[in-house]
Design a protein around this ligand. Structure first.
Ligand code: GLN
Length: 226
């Protein structure tokens, strides 16, 4: 797609799964978060309003691939498999996969996940990682928060999810902790339909402008726990 296509559509359509604090989440009737503000800056640069399409995470890439959405802003990890269906902007942040357990759990590191029941969010890099753990049973949820609820209820032994949402879920719930170990290191980037070089260039410019003029640091300060 071209910038003119987006202008003709009269809005920048962003695909996301708004269950992923602090990147995208519901606040009252609004969807907000780090990615939402970034996408708003992209929409501003093009000169159109932002329209957020909230969907299951495992539909986000397909939605951009088919051109139904113009961009994906979804804490979306750059990976080789996804690169076959969509392009990515420059990375705008890094993340890790981490393990959440109940306080006092016998699971204290990744080795402890062998043979265990692991809650994950459907279609994520965390789910893919968990599938490779020996003898583990992987439970897939539409919302990370529901995986965390099942951890608290004892239906799963651990949850594998991205580090920042993990911190938010642990802050919101008593009796669960994030283990120190990072299972992976990943880059987040904006997903863009293939054959859209102009849009890739514009998104990369917005990311570098935001880093240069302090807007990026302001978003980090507002949303990200270090
Ligand atoms: N970063 C992970 C992925 O891309 C999870 C993203 C998410 O759940 N929104 O698979």
């Amino acid at each position: 797609i071209t910038i003119d296509d987006i202008k003709e559509d009269g809005k920048l359509i962003m695909a996301t799964n708004a269950e992923f604090p602090p990147y995208e989440y519901h606040e009252g009737s609004e969807i907000t978060g780090f990615d939402v503000e970034m996408a708003q800056a992209i929409a501003d640069e093009i000169g159109v309003p932002l329209q957020i399409e909230d969907m299951a995470f495992d539909s986000v890439v397909a939605s951009v691939q088919s051109g139904k959405a113009h961009i994906a802003a979804a804490g979306l990890t750059v990976d080789e498999k996804r690169k076959k269906s969509i392009d990515f902007s420059d990375p705008y942040t890094t993340a890790t996969q981490v393990i959440i357990v109940k306080e006092g759990s016998e699971i204290t590191d990744v080795a402890g996940l062998v043979g265990k029941k692991i809650g994950t969010q459907i279609g994520t890099t965390g789910a893919t990682y968990a599938e490779d753990i020996e003898d583990a049973t992987v439970e897939r949820y539409n919302k990370g928060a529901d995986a965390v609820l099942d951890l608290i209820n004892g239906k799963v032994d651990a949850v594998v999810i991205d580090d920042q949402p993990a911190k938010k879920f642990v802050e919101k719930n008593e009796g669960i902790v994030v283990l120190d170990e990072a299972l992976t290191v990943e880059d987040y980037a904006i997903g863009i339909p293939k054959n859209s070089p102009e849009l890739v260039e514009l998104v990369n410019k917005v990311i570098s402008d935001m880093k240069a003029d302090g807007r990026y640091d302001a978003l980090i300060a507002k949303y990200i726990d270090n």
